[in-house]
Design a protein around this ligand. Structure first.
Ligand code: 7TS
Length: 411
């Protein structure tokens, strides 16, 4: 008997994404750059449109109806995020510009409040620059040391090395849920358990995970979880930092100014309670509302079917790659989500990207803001096709027909 394969109506899903129905260089667009950013369903576009057409006002301060509506919409979106991540309280949901700002907020707080000379921060060798550089800066500012857990030739974190590099000096372990450059799904449950056993706090960079797998921050028992709205079918310029209440209370303010204070005099200021303590200035209200709409839209998607569909896309791509002469996959982890990073003998990844664009196919070529990963695999760059729920098996096949032309053209 074959395993149950949930049915996934990809054509019905595609109809909800207006941008997909266009031609590029005279060919139907095949969008395979979803790890960089996902496209937006009509429901998200409509929510932003409706907000600007009907409710636009500043939040948390007006006494008038529009301001009340904008505030209510924003706080409703915060509740959607809370529920999406299964956070315990809305006070634990901080809106940021994205994953990058969320990690910077925590790293800045650790540098000021937690890290002391001799302390350690542990990351892994598969991180995006957004989960490397803020920790380098925090270590430089505090005298702490940055430790890096190795990855193996498949692009999996070497758990024994991760464990060995944890010590009683480790104040925080920060690592990706899913690697953007390789697609590796890290065994974060195990990594969190190891870090907590060592007494370290845990930050998960969830930028590449949230569109592909459900997340429950309480079940995970992590202290921080960072994500970007634009990789989750929502708008750019908005993201989330989930933080455990006690940690958010303990960490110092990040940016200061309006909206994050309770009382100001020239002698001192008293800061607002969570979550506003970390949300200085007029927020990206339309972005928050768009993100809330994306999450509500995702609630209507059959997740087991979505995951099975994306697994089929990646399995087909991996199988076709094995049949293409000169093609090498970079990153062969047992568990992967959404990403096929590859090299083609004798062709620079950028040339692959340019050639595919003329076929209407959008991929990314480069170091994917993960230069240490490129160094580890001894390549200057890779070509990367990355999948979302609206991609089809036919698109994967078209990608490989085009790659075969690239190969023959450059041979
Ligand atoms: N962490 C990971 C794992 C990422 O993939 C990215 C963005 C970030 C952090 C930063 O997210 P941002 O929204 O704050 O910029 N990754 C990519 C990518 O792979 N291609 O373009 C952006």
């Amino acid at each position: 008997m074959t395993a149950h394969q949930p049915v996934f109506d990809v054509e019905a899903l595609r109809r909800q994404f207006p941008i997909l129905h266009q031609e590029v260089h005279g060919r139907p667009l095949i969008y395979l750059d979803n790890a960089a950013t996902t496209q937006k369903p009509q429901a998200v576009i409509d929510a932003i449109d409706r907000y600007y057409a009907h409710d636009n006002a500043n939040v948390h301060r007006g006494v008038h109806s529009l301001s009340e509506r904008a505030t209510a919409a924003m706080e409703q979106a915060r509740e959607s995020v809370r529920s999406f991540l299964n956070a315990g309280e809305v006070a634990e949901v901080i809106f940021t510009r994205g994953t990058t700002e969320a990690i910077n907020l925590v790293a800045h707080g650790f540098a000021r409040e937690v890290l002391r000379p001799g302390d350690e921060v542990l990351i892994t060798a598969l991180e995006h620059h957004a989960n490397i550089v803020p920790w380098q800066q925090a270590c430089a500012a505090s005298g702490a040391t940055l430790k890096v857990a190795d990855i193996d030739d498949n692009g999996e974190v070497v758990l024994a090395d991760f464990e060995a590099k944890l010590s009683e000096r480790t104040r925080i372990a920060a690592f990706a849920h899913v690697s953007n450059a390789l697609g590796t799904i890290n065994p974060i449950e195990k990594m969190i358990a190891l870090a907590r056993a060592a007494g370290a706090a845990v930050l998960i960079d969830g930028a590449q995970a949230v569109a592909h797998t459900p997340v429950d921050v309480q079940a995970l028992d992590c202290d921080f979880y960072a994500l970007s709205g634009h990789k989750l079918y929502g708008p750019t310029g908005i993201g989330v930092l989930y933080g455990r209440h006690e940690w958010l209370e303990r960490l110092p303010v990040y940016q200061t100014g309006g909206d994050m204070i309770r009382e100001v005099s020239f002698d001192k200021s008293v800061f607002a309670p969570l979550p506003h303590k970390f949300e200085a200035g007029t927020p990206h209200i339309a972005g928050v509302i768009g993100l809330g709409a994306a999450i509500e839209w995702l609630r209507g998607v059959d997740w087991p079917a979505l995951i099975a569909h994306e697994d089929r896309l990646l399995a087909r791509a991996t199988e076709r790659a094995a049949g293409l002469p000169g093609m090498t996959i970079v990153g062969r982890a047992q568990r992967k989500a959404g990403v096929l990073s590859f090299m083609l003998d004798g062709v620079h990844p950028h040339d692959i990207g340019t050639f595919l664009d003329f076929e209407g196919i959008a991929i990314r070529a480069g170091h994917h803001c993960a230069m240490p990963v490129m160094t580890r695999f001894n390549v200057p760059a890779t070509a990367r096709a990355s999948f979302a729920a609206y991609n089809t098996l036919a698109e994967v096949d078209r990608l490989f027909e085009a790659l075969d032309s690239v190969r023959r053209t450059f041979a």
